[in-house]
Design a protein around this ligand. Structure first.
Ligand code: KG4
Ligand code: ZN
Length: 346
């Protein structure tokens, strides 16, 4: 029985983990050594298949994962120079995300772990985003402030220890990435909205005064719905009267209104809690404007900033390997009854 294999299992000192991620539209596999060293990382995206629908279509994503998963895993193993026999554990994203999409990764990981008799490590996608920072700075140790900004989550968090978190504040409505995707649609930009708004914003200036969000009196919480509605109303007003407006200026103004506050709140948390390091993760952290803003603020205030490379901010499996290592070391193994979960707590 698989459970008997786990009972007598000895946790390895420097484990090699095969990580699998399939929560949204990226099918990804990675081999990570000791939680810090990426031996290989493969990402197969079905992003292009969703463009004409204006957003990720769950059924299309699931089918794409089914077609891509064994290719991603085989390529990751091959590129690492290792064989399946060298792998100590399989880590897999079990949530949060699209249920059908997650199930493809979870089923594949279960089958693999069972057949080669190694532990199966369940990983939260959200924690994965936070753990991407460990891959970028091999010396990074908690405590630090982490800014999480993705399509599903926006939060300022204190990582007290490898498995201990304190959420200082989070969005009360839309996530930052979600707001980018919705505003992009109103501006006639394709999915995914974030990178397309960033590109358009480069041609404009931040000259439209959209409302700043929950500044000062909101603690560490965020709200994107007011800003999103303000942009939508602004665009609709011009469209109704047939007047021209500058789309690039709207993109630039939305971008700064949406992102300035993220950087400011992260810096504020660092000061309030007497910490000296800020890390960040999630797709929105791939945004160049946010990265510059964080870099400038941290250099001004003397904080150390760990910004994962852009490819480690958007969905990938290496971050699942980094977080999988932490869970592996804690002996957090799953059985063959592991299920996917659309929502997970941090
Ligand atoms: O972390 P991620 O890849 O998936 C989730 O866990 O949600 O984040 C995806 C989100 C999308 O909403 C996308 O528009 C946004 O991250 N995003 C960006 C940029 N790249 C991706 N937002 C702003 N600027 C970008 N360059
Ligand atoms: Zn993500």
């Amino acid at each position: 029985m698989y459970q008997d294999i786990l009972k007598n299992y000895k946790i390895k000192e420097n484990p090699v983990i095969l990580a699998i991620e399939s929560s949204c539209d990226e099918t990804a596999a990675s081999i990570v050594k000791n939680g810090r060293e990426i031996l290989s990382s493969k990402i197969i995206s079905s992003c292009k298949e969703h463009i004409r629908f204006g957003g990720v279509v769950p059924e299309i994503a699931s089918r794409a994962h089914t077609a891509a998963i064994s290719i991603a895993v085989e390529e990751a193993v091959k590129a690492s120079g290792l064989t399946l026999g060298d792998i100590d554990a399989v880590a897999v994203t079990y949530g949060a995300g699209l249920l059908g999409a997650l199930l493809v990764g979870v089923s594949y990981a279960k089958t693999l772990a069972y057949s080669i008799k190694i532990p199966l490590v369940p990983v939260s996608h959200i924690r994965g985003h936070l753990s991407a920072a460990y891959l970028s700075d091999k010396e990074l140790k908690p405590p630090f402030v982490s800014l999480l900004a993705s399509g599903g989550h926006t939060a300022v968090i204190i990582v007290k220890d490898y498995t201990e978190y304190k959420i200082l504040g989070q969005t009360m409505d839309d996530a930052a990435g979600e707001a980018f995707d919705k505003v992009a649609r109103v501006l006639g930009l394709n999915y995914p909205g974030g990178p397309n708004i960033e590109k358009l914003a480069k041609e404009g200036t931040s000259s439209v005064a959209f409302p700043k969000m929950l500044h000062g009196n909101g603690g560490y919480n965020f709200s994107y719905s007011g800003l999103k509605t303000a942009v939508i109303n602004y665009v609709h007003r011009f469209e109704m009267t047939g007047e021209n407006y500058n789309r690039a200026d709207v993109a630039a103004s939305f971008q700064s209104a949406a992102l300035d506050i993220l950087a400011e709140k992260a810096a504020e948390a660092c000061s309030e809690y007497n910490l000296s390091t800020i890390t960040a993760g999630g797709g929105v952290v791939a945004n160049g404007y946010l990265r510059e803003k964080l870099t400038a603020l941290c250099s001004k205030r003397g904080y150390k900033l760990i910004l994962p490379e852009k490819i480690l901010c958007t969905d990938n499996a290496a971050m699942i390997g980094a977080e999988g290592y932490i869970q592996y070391k804690n002996g957090n193994f799953a059985g063959m009854d592991l299920n996917a979960s659309a929502r997970v707590e941090l």
